[in-house]
Design a protein around this ligand. Sequence first.
Ligand SMILES: *[C@@H]1O[C@H](CO)[C@@H](O)[C@H](O)[C@H]1NC(C)=O
Ligand SMILES: *[C@@H]1O[C@H](CO)[C@@H](O)[C@H](O)[C@H]1NC(C)=O
Ligand SMILES: *[C@@H]1O[C@H](CO)[C@@H](O)[C@H](O)[C@H]1NC(C)=O
Ligand SMILES: *[C@@H]1O[C@H](CO)[C@@H](O)[C@H](O)[C@H]1NC(C)=O
Ligand SMILES: [Fe+2]
Length: 477
Amino acid sequence: MQALFLKAIFVTFVAISSAAIGFGGITSNFVRTEWPSVDIPLDHEAFAIPEGHNAPQQVHITQGDYDGRAVIISWVTPDEPGANKVYYGTSNKNYGHSAEGTVTNYTFHGYKSGYIHHCLVDDLEYDTKYYYKIGSGDSSREFWFQTPPKSNPDASYKFGIIGDLGQTFNSLSTLDHYMHSGAQAVLFVGDLSYADRYLYNDVGLRWDTWGRFVERSTAYQPWLWSAGNHEIEYMPYMGEVTPFKSYLHRYATPYLASKSSSPMWYAVRRASTHIIVLSSYSPFVKYTPQWRWLRDELEKVDREITPWLIVLMHVPIYNSNEAHFMEGESMRSVFEEWFVHSKVDIIFAGHVHAYERSYRVSNINYNVSSGDRYPVPDKSAPVYITVGDGGNQEGLAGRFRDPQPDYSAFREASYGHSTLEIKNRTHAFYHWNRNDNGKKVAADSFIIHNQYWASNLSRRQLKKHHLVTIEGQTASI
Ligand SMILES: *[C@@H]1O[C@H](CO)[C@@H](O)[C@H](O)[C@H]1NC(C)=O
Ligand SMILES: *[C@@H]1O[C@H](CO)[C@@H](O)[C@H](O)[C@H]1NC(C)=O
Ligand SMILES: *[C@@H]1O[C@H](CO)[C@@H](O)[C@H](O)[C@H]1NC(C)=O
Ligand SMILES: *[C@@H]1O[C@H](CO)[C@@H](O)[C@H](O)[C@H]1NC(C)=O
Ligand SMILES: [Fe+2]
């Protein structure tokens, strides 16, 4: 994998760099193979129920504090509350410590959830493998996870980015490929189970199957959650009108650690990265809690310690697909200026079931009375990447706007996931990996220079923003 990648770097650096000929974005016409967009049947082994009475299932972990020394371990027991403890330690089967969690349950129409446990395990050592055990007796289950290194500007770390996953055979393909990527944590950009595509009691059942489906990864490494429209579940026809009810009961986030007032938006620091999670479906206009929180959180970012600044949201701000076109405009008009002034490195989003990457552009000069109305090249702007291509039952969004707008660098309607491999304070390797005939193919790859540390390395000319990738070749931005 490493060797392959190095080879890719040296193959060709492609520069379509003249301002005179414009940007020259690429629309890949790759012809994909895919499974039908239907959910995996309930009796499939991907949803297997662990053996034993009341055995813990749907095990998932997420970062539990601001700095990476804690995890929240969550699981569901189906029959009775059962034990609510996590036993953990640094050697297998020999757990020196335990922590006590909380348990909750909810109803959704006629569905009654299992007992949902959330347990904070904190005061961990950095960069250490921990083993943990949940459940009791014959039904107990054991897993492990690795804590990140203490934050320092050159800490290397590999993230996976997955969005709009669902529970089809395409979802399974994405997850399998991801699990061979060597990435250490997932940045999840919203739309988890697509359970809201079902009616009545099946909604709850499909949240349970999804929890069991992703457990193969989520029990062993943190997935950092953000919410999408499929989490809203405003379903008045069945008397369910509390937004995000299933999501909030099941998926915990460490929002208090970043002084957020809601689990829907929060931030964490992990290795050399400061990650900000926003909610596209919570109020964000001026003076709202999310707006005030983001303003304060951006002040806390210290690029001397965490050089990499990444933002996650569900709805993309720069999208050129017919699907969900312009839906990100409201958030763009409120936050884009902050993203540019804070020199955010990358903004990841989902929602659109395709892959797309932007150039570094901004559209912050326009106001209702004057100013340019167009996105323009801006070396302080983030790269916007849409990875809503996890593989859910709604299928691919295959209709891109024609012609390709100037802000769009690369787009392709295939399923896949991305990885961001941070090497040090100046360099990271990025890949988008398409699911292709059961193989994982790196279809869009580049070296990304840090917006804070690399800006002084050399007066990197504005030209660099016009560098593009074409398949099998690597550029740098
Ligand atoms: C939660 O579980 C308890 C104990 O089984 C039960 O009495 C209660 O009705 C459940 N609550 C909900 C909201 O389902
Ligand atoms: C609106 O844009 C014009 C031209 O860029 C600028 O001079 C003016 O200050 C802007 N007004 C506000 C309120 O941002
Ligand atoms: C950072 O990583 C890149 C890519 O591996 C390498 O070329 C560069 O020399 C590194 N910089 C430092 C300061 O170590
Ligand atoms: C980059 O250069 C500017 C102006 O010379 C300086 O203020 C800033 O501290 C430098 N940044 C880094 C990371 O060295
Ligand atoms: Fe969505």
